[in-house]
Design a protein around this ligand. Structure first.
Ligand SMILES: C[S@@+](CC[C@H](N)C(=O)[O-])C[C@H]1O[C@@H](n2cnc3c(N)ncnc32)[C@H](O)[C@@H]1O
Length: 559
């Protein structure tokens, strides 16, 4: 398959869309917006850090990396130089939340219950102004009104207050919600079940309010809302991959009906077609599939796009393995610890799972496979660009070791296209234990912090970004010992932030930086940060080579 770089970048952004929601959550937990707004103008990172509650020594560098994504998403402005279960529910119906947590979760979990009601009250603040303006005249002719499912009564109170208490307001919700509602003038709170009986009144309010479109002042509100729910795009993509929707549509070679998609979903005797339709609606909105409504009233047809090609299980390159790793519960769970890491350092993955990602992979074969398959898929994505761009340089190398090479896919592709190279794949023993045999490649298990196998040159792809500067310097010094001083070199293929700020991959690099912050001690580095690292690691001479990919090539020499 030919790589259209725009499609790759778009698909990558959608897979990592959840990172925006998670970083926003982290910013809210740290109260970053409150701190900046309370100062009434632009403030420095140090000033923000000093305002974070219960945090005597916040990690400024983590904070700045979080701010970088928030600025990219237009949540803040930077002044220089100051500067789970959806899949099962589609297959056989039911509600994902209930499968994951049981039903009456909010009545038995007071923390979640408070979160839920506060969230609902905030939607009232957002929408009430528009509703009251648009509906004031109609409201003034009503004597009594009951808000069914009114939560703690915020919407009813706003209505009664705006009409100077001429309406008799009733707020109706389950008893455990009403138990925590505050007394409000003009409102009676009644606890009960709307499926059994609803209190009588002149009129009923069902308060999911629609705000007027095309109001510019609402633009920011809508953008923030989209970013808060950005994770739903990643999750619906995961659902679609688990159901193999792209494979079903592509295998038919053209637009097909919902029923045809449904009949292609395996192991689902009672597939929920309405859930499937709603999943398809978001995927169409996100340009993953096309939709066609025949003018003769025939059934709606869904077709493939350049983006859906990246979601095929058996075609290469594919984003399927990366999507399954990025959105799996172990990784997603770690993101909830991000604000804690800003407050007191450490790695979110370790806080969530009790050990680092490599120890986790060595003790969990399922996660190990998920991880290694995802890494191999990034090799498939890269090699179509790297090999043509670097073929002349590779022809003069006799032996090459891939340090942290995973299961050996990258060195295999290099040796396949340059069979004269003696290839060595070097990684931790639990990774090497699952590596397939490749002609011309020897697999060696070990640790790069101890000893690296000798070769003319070293290849490193997407590995140094897993480590902090101190650890990278250790790795680079060991690399230097493994290659001949005069003719040796390392070929690093990694992200370089800012190498071309306008290119389509910059947003992914920044999202991946936050991913590295969440999962490892590492980071995505700018040119300046790479230069410092290379010099400290014993590589004073280097070149940065831009290629049409997320990564750049960095060649570095011992002398
Ligand atoms: C992000 S993955 C990149 C894999 C591969 N380079 C690729 O891009 O597909 C980082 C790799 O470093 C390996 N690694 C971690 N600690 C290591 C160590 N101490 N010695 C050797 N490899 C290590 C991991 O097992 C993993 O395969």
């Amino acid at each position: 398959m030919e790589i259209a770089e725009n499609d790759e970048s778009l698909q990558g952004q959608q897979i990592y869309a959840f990172s925006t929601s998670m970083v926003l959550k982290c910013a809210v937990e740290l109260r970053i917006a409150d701190i900046i707004h309370s100062q009434g103008g632009p403030i420095t990172s140090e000033k923000i850090a000093s305002g974070i509650p219960d945090s005597p020594s916040p990690n400024i560098s983590y904070l700045e990396r979080i701010m970088r994504l928030l600025v990219l998403k237009n949540i803040f402005i930077v002044y220089h130089p100051l500067s789970k279960w959806i899949f099962q529910c589609v297959k056989d119906g039911g509600v994902a939340f209930k499968r994951a947590n049981g039903w009456d979760f909010s009545s038995s979990n007071s923390g979640y219950y408070k979160l839920f009601n506060d969230d609902m009250s905030s939607t009232v603040d957002i929408s009430m102004r528009a509703f009251l303006q648009a509906y004031k005249d109609e409201l003034s002719s009503i004597g009594s009104m009951v808000d069914v499912g009114g939560g703690t009564g915020k919407a009813m109170y706003e209505i009664v207050k705006s009409l100077t208490y001429i309406i008799k307001g009733i707020n109706f919700d389950p008893a455990h919600v009403i138990a925590t509602a505050s007394a409000c003038e003009g409102i009676s709170h009644i606890g009960g079940n709307m499926f059994v009986d609803i209190p009588s009144a002149d009129s009923i309010l069902v308060s999911w309010l629609v705000v007027k479109q095309n109001d510019e002042s609402l633009q920011g509100l809508v953008e923030v809302w989209q970013q808060i729910y950005a994770f739903s795009t990643s999750m619906v993509l995961k659902c679609a991959v688990e159901l193999r929707i792209a494979d079903i549509i592509h295998s038919q070679g053209g637009p097909i009906t919902l029923k045809q998609i449904a009949s292609g979903v395996t192991d689902s005797p009672s597939l929920n077609i309405s859930h499937l339709e709603r999943v398809m609606r978001l995927l169409v909105l996100k340009n993953i599939f096309t939709v066609h409504h025949p003018s003769d009233g025939g059934e709606t047809l869904y077709g493939p796009t350049n983006l859906s090609r990246w979601m095929l299980w058996d075609s290469k390159p594919s984003f399927v393995p990366l999507l399954l790793l990025g959105n799996n519960p172990v990784n997603i769970g770690s993101w909830h610890y991000l604000s804690q890491c800003v407050k007191d350092g450490g790695v979110a993955f370790k806080k969530a799972n009790g050990c680092d990602v490599w120890d986790f992979a060595s003790s969990d074969s399922g996660y190990n496979k998920l991880f290694n398959d995802a890494m191999s898929s990034t090799v498939d994505i890269l090699m179509g660009v790297f090999l043509p761009a670097y073929k002349d340089e590779l022809s003069s190398i006799g032996s090459l070791v891939d340090v942290g090479g995973g299961t050996g896919k990258a060195i295999h592709e290099i040796v396949k296209s340059h069979p004269h190279i003696k290839g060595i794949n070097f990684d931790l023993p639990h990774v090497i234990a699952t590596a397939p045999a490749y002609e011309g490649i020897s697999h060696i298990g070990g640790s790069m912090f101890e000893d690296i196998p000798k070769a003319d040159a070293i290849f490193i792809k997407d590995m140094l970004h897993d480590w902090n500067d101190e650890k990278c310097v250790e790795i680079l010094k060991n690399c230097r010992k493994a290659i001949p001083e005069k003719i040796g070199k390392i070929i690093i293929v990694e992200n370089v932030i800012g190498i071309n700020e306008k290119d389509i991959f910059e947003e992914i690099r920044i999202m991946l930086d936050l991913t590295m912050m969440t999962l490892t001690t590492g980071k995505e580095r700018t040119i300046k940060e790479w230069k410092k690292l290379l010099e400290e690691g014993g590589f004073p001479r280097y070149n940065f080579i831009k290629i049409p990919a997320r990564q750049s090539i960095i060649e570095a020499y011992p002398i």
